[in-house]
Design a protein around this ligand. Sequence first.
Ligand SMILES: Nc1nc2c(c(=O)[nH]1)N[C@H]1C(S)=C(S)[C@@H](COP(=O)(O)OP(=O)(O)OC[C@H]3O[C@@H](n4cnc5c(=O)[nH]c(N)nc54)[C@H](O)[C@@H]3O)O[C@H]1N2
Ligand SMILES: Nc1nc2c(c(=O)[nH]1)N[C@H]1C(S)=C(S)[C@@H](COP(=O)(O)OP(=O)(O)OC[C@H]3O[C@@H](n4cnc5c(=O)[nH]c(N)nc54)[C@H](O)[C@@H]3O)O[C@H]1N2
Ligand SMILES: [Mo]
Length: 810
Amino acid sequence: MGWHDAVKLPWPTIPVRTGAPTDDVDDDALRVTHPHDHAAGATAVAVALRHGVEQMGPLRTAQTLLRLNQVDGFDCQGCAWPDPDPKHRHTAEFCENGAKAVAEEATRRRITRDFWARHTLDDLAGRTDYWLGQQGRLTEPVVRRPGSDHYEPISYDDAFELIGEQLRSLPTPDAAAFYTSGRTSNEAAFAYQLFVRAYGTNNLPDCSNMCHESTSVALAQTIGIGKGSVHLEDFYDTDLIIVAGQNPGTNHPRMLSALETAKKNGAKIISVNPLPEAGLMGFKNPQTPKGMLIGERLSDLHLPIRANGDLALFQWFGRAVVEAGRLDRALIAERTTGFEAWEEHVRRVDRDEVLAATGLTSAQLDEATALVVASPRFITCWAMGITQHKNAVSTIKEITNLHLATGAIGVQGSGLCPVRGHSNVQGDRTMGIWERPPQHFLDRLRDEFGFEPPREHGHDVVDTIRGMRDGHVRFFLGMGGNFLQASPDTEATERALRNTAMTVQVSTKLNRSHAVVGETAIVLPTLGRTERDVRGRGPQTREQFVTVEDSMSMVHASRGRLAPPAPGVLSEVSIVAGIAAATLRDRTDATGSIDWAGFAQDYSTVRHHIAKVVPGCDDYDAKVRAPGGFQLPHPPRDTRTFDLPDGRAVFTVVPLDVLTVGEDELVLQTMRSHDQYNTTIYGLDDRYRGIHQGRRVVFLNADDARDRGLADGDHVDLVGVWEDDVERVAPSFRVVVYDTPRGCAAAYYPETNALVPLDSQAEHSGTPTSKGVIITLRRATAVSDGSAGSGSGASVGRHHKDEVQPHHLS
Ligand SMILES: Nc1nc2c(c(=O)[nH]1)N[C@H]1C(S)=C(S)[C@@H](COP(=O)(O)OP(=O)(O)OC[C@H]3O[C@@H](n4cnc5c(=O)[nH]c(N)nc54)[C@H](O)[C@@H]3O)O[C@H]1N2
Ligand SMILES: Nc1nc2c(c(=O)[nH]1)N[C@H]1C(S)=C(S)[C@@H](COP(=O)(O)OP(=O)(O)OC[C@H]3O[C@@H](n4cnc5c(=O)[nH]c(N)nc54)[C@H](O)[C@@H]3O)O[C@H]1N2
Ligand SMILES: [Mo]
């Protein structure tokens, strides 16, 4: 297959917007139209190609997109949805949003020396992430020295020395924190956690802490492993799929193809979501001619659940299967514990309480219950609508109860399917990026490398922010990601980062975390997945590949083909190795003799260590070379066994609770638009929800708006409600009257992160409660500056109550 295959795709007819990157758009441009009832289709292909052509030009677009998710190509950065097995891949195995993710990285725009001379740090801190991202790829390391208001060029080696010096001078290794976003490859992640533990701390916060941590905690405690239990093939032969708290049309578009096949083979689909998300309602598959034109209705039943009503819903399903005797008695008796207590508990679940908590009608509840009871096999999928609530761990345990009771686990067509976010977030965890590593992992690390790793738990994301705020954490390194904008309580996080001695970012592109920094700040550009990675010297020169793990535990190779963004830009593995060598060089124990230079030259040396340390990875270097890779073991999925005391899975009794708010208050969920990747803003449209050229919108139920004397098009400030005396305000959002349940509002992340209190975390997992933010509205007096991206400190505020500007008091 060559790039010319792409001429079959309609790119030449796509209008191309070129020219200089645009800064913040003006608010007048914001347009609201009817939401869509279908996702994908021909428009998706057109939009995908337009983004590609704008950023990369037509040739590079074709070359790149056709490598996406192919056996000899690179893994899409877009999401963690698995690829079909090699025999069943399409020529174009990508989606609109995967294409945007690739275009964002493979852009031809570059940040060069004059950029740093032109812009002060203050200037950059006042820009939106949208503007910063549009400047292009980082090409050269830079440093901001104490007292200076500019970044200036520095070599990688000098930067490594500065970092090493800083790390050696800290009073304790626990005064440093090492963040990871979920794009980091397995090789880089393994080397990174090894370095951090050799240095002496478990302070390895990661994006998982804000994402699927609640899943990891709940599943580890109930089935003995914190990962989902299905294969992609399970979707093709099942009776029912429940999709709860997830918007696949935007965030996992390739999942729609799996749902479409499931339906064709007879499965029913229930969507559990406050919003009638386009992808869940219908799908026009752009890979088939019929799909392009006609499309498929996907959900057989949409349950417009109230925010956080899911625990009640799943408890009700529990009661229903118990009463119907739809139980797997053998599994319960032989391989689980706690069933009787759970059974007794769910038998008492009250229908009226469930109806109140979920906001569903009796008819909706009955129809859903009948489907669950009548389906011999079923899969439950979930994402952030479940994990980012205070009681998220309880809800996921309740989902697990239902699967254990009915035996819908470890059999074909059934299982638990948490759908992960970042493309390698699951792999990073497997490789040991975790502030609470299991002891057996540390034992194996010790045996392999001959040093005693630290045993106490480290800081997660929120504790890292607290540590920086309180002055215990003096050093921060971000291996990718955008810590400032992804974290809760934006202004608190901003102050925390500024309170450190040094911040280091290893990044492909600029974002606000490069502008809000410690006393010394370093930016180290790195290669992305799309790029050729050639390491070694002289005759040893060899092209490297890396490996990743998807949401269904498939591990496989990823190889980029494009030229690096600039000569000399290093891979993440080499950067980790450089920092580690500069930091640990003078150690006289085993940590001083790890062969970092060898790692940087040949990643198979890292893979040989992975094979020895990481469970399930024997013979790793060989297995990942097989087309399609290999699947990591998962005892519940593979053999219905549970790596827990007595080998038994655990039923959990959780009290029924639901987030309730005062009369004037609303529950705000902070979610993604169709034109963003987390904090990276690709554009200003949320096509499926009918939002164009703007992001500062708040979706409200018509009655909630009317009760407040508001109409569609009015502007309001969102005001956080929390127990401390800090006022959190996100000013000037346009009201969009929308099909969302009463009391449930929605707006985009990260503009609204300022409203998420640092201390508002999920129980047991510590995840910020980004889907359960309590707010009130007040009429805005000033119309927004229309800032397009994530908002700077200037437009997103957090004030002590006595500092509130007069116009904020209505
Ligand atoms: N294009 C694109 N792809 C992405 C990302 C991206 O930003 N852009 N991000 C990646 C990452 S890191 C992740 S974690 C995933 C995120 O994937 P999702 O979890 O789909 O992302 P969100 O936009 O946060 O959507 C949450 C969904 O949950 C619903 N919801 C909110 N509250 C509740 C509730 O209380 N109950 C129920 N049942 N539903 C609720 C919302 O209406 C929304 O449909 O996507 C990954 N893929
Ligand atoms: N309010 C609210 N907050 C949330 C969420 C929410 O739903 N609501 N969702 C949470 C979730 S699920 C997540 S996962 C986090 C995401 O948090 P992060 O992972 O920290 O954020 P991203 O926006 O994905 O990071 C984007 C940056 O990563 C860098 N980057 C991209 N590719 C690479 C690469 O290959 N290598 C390196 N080194 N750098 C790269 C670029 O510089 C880019 O600017 O946000 C969380 N925050
Ligand atoms: Mo995520």
